[in-house]
Design a protein around this ligand. Sequence first.
Ligand code: GLU
Length: 445
Amino acid sequence: MTIKTRFAPSPTGHLHVGNIRTALHNWMFAKKEGGTFLLRLDDTDAERSREEYVEAIRTDLAWLGLTPDEEQRQSARFDRYEEHLAKLKADGRVYPAYETAQELDLKRKIQLGRGKPPIYDRAALDLTPEQISAFEAEGRKPHWRFKLDHGTPITWSDRIRGDQHFDPALLSDPVILREDGSWLYMLPSAIDDIDMGITHVVRGEDHVANTAVQIQMFIALGAVPPEFAHEALLVGTEGKLSKRLGSLGVNSFRERNIEPQAIVALLARIGTSDPVEPIVDAEPLIASFDFARFGRAPARFDDEELAQLNQKIVHLLDYEDVQNRLPEAMDAAAWEVIRPNLHDMADVDQWWQVVTGPISAPEIPTEDRDFLSIAHDKLGELEASDDLWKELTGALKEATGRKGKPLFMPLRQALTGLDHGPDMNALLPLIGREVALARLAKASV
Ligand code: GLU
C-alpha cells in the first residue's frame, strides 16, 4: 500500500504553529513511508476563504521545507459532492431539515436545562408532506443532515489514542449542506479522502468526534475508512490553549529570526517521547518518526526552548545553507569564524561590521595605551599570515612581560571595540594587517 497523507487547512487565515505541526507530521509520515503528501485547501466557505491566504499557506510550507507532492482545492469539486449527495439521498442516508438557527438553539437550551446532552432530536424525520409543503410555501429552504446509523457502534484503532468507541446515538446527525447550498466541512472532507486515496488522516484531537461521524460517512459512501491518528493539542507554557499560539505563525518566526529547521526540529519532537535535539537535516527526524512515540498529554510549546534550539541550529548551519543571506564579501572562512558567536542570523551583520569596520570606539584604560602602541609597532614588523595573532601576542609577551587577560583583553578591545567575541586567532586574519594597524594606532593615543 502506498501511504498518502493530507494537510487540509482552510484558507481563512495564516497557518499557526498548531497547524504547522499537523502539516509537519503528515509530511514526515508520508516521507518516512515513501508516500505522498497532499495539500488540500478546504475552501468551501467562499466568503471567508481568500486567495492571499492560499498563497501564504503555499509560501509558508515551502519556507519550512514541507513541499506538497500534490495540491487539491475543494472549491473545484462541488460537482463531485453533489453526485455523492444524490447517492446518499437515494440511499436514505441524508434528510432535509427546516429548523431555523434560533429554533435549534432553543432546542439545545431546553435539553441542557433538563440536564440532557444537546443532541439533535431528528424531528425533521417526522415531518409530514403537508408540514414540508407549508415550510416551502413560507419560503423556508432545508439544510441537509447526514443520518447516522444508530445500530452500528463506531470503533477504530487510533494510531496515537488507541482503541476508540463512540455510540452514534449520542452524536447529532451532522448538517452537511446549508440552506443556501454551501457545504460544511464534514462530508466533502470524507469524499475527498476517498477520491484522493488518503490512507492516513493525521490531525488534532479536536477532530476525534468528527472522525466518528466521518467513519460512518466513509462506510455509507461504500469506502473503507482510512487510518486515523489524532495528536494531543499544542499548548503554550502558560498551560492553556492560548490565544497567542493561534496567532503565532511563520511571519512571527521570521521576525524573531528563527530558522525553519529550528521550527521543524522542535515541532517534530515536542509531545513525543523523543528528546528535542538540534537536528538541521530533516532525514534523521523523519527516520525517528513514529506514532507510537506520541503522548496523550498536550505538547508544550515554549518560545524560550525554540530560541535556544534555534541558536544551536545556527551553529550547525553550513556556509551553503546561509550563503545567500550573508554580506556579499563574507566567505566560508569568515562564516566559520563568526558562526559560534551568533544567537541568531540577525547577529551576522554586527560581527561582520567588527571585521570590516568601522568599529565602535573602544574604551582603553590609560595604562594600556603604551602597551597598544608597542603592539602597533610589533604588528608593523610582522608579515600578514594566518598565524598573525600568535606571532603578535608572542612578540608582545616577550617585549612587555604581560600574559593572560592583561595581554589579550586590550588587544581585543582595540581591534574589535568589544571585550568578547570570536576567537582572535581566526578573526585577526579576517580583519587584516592593515586595518588592524590602524585600529591599534587609534587606540594607543
Ligand atoms: N479544514 C479542516 C481544519 O482545518 C481539516 C480537518 C481535517 O484534517 O480533516 O480543521
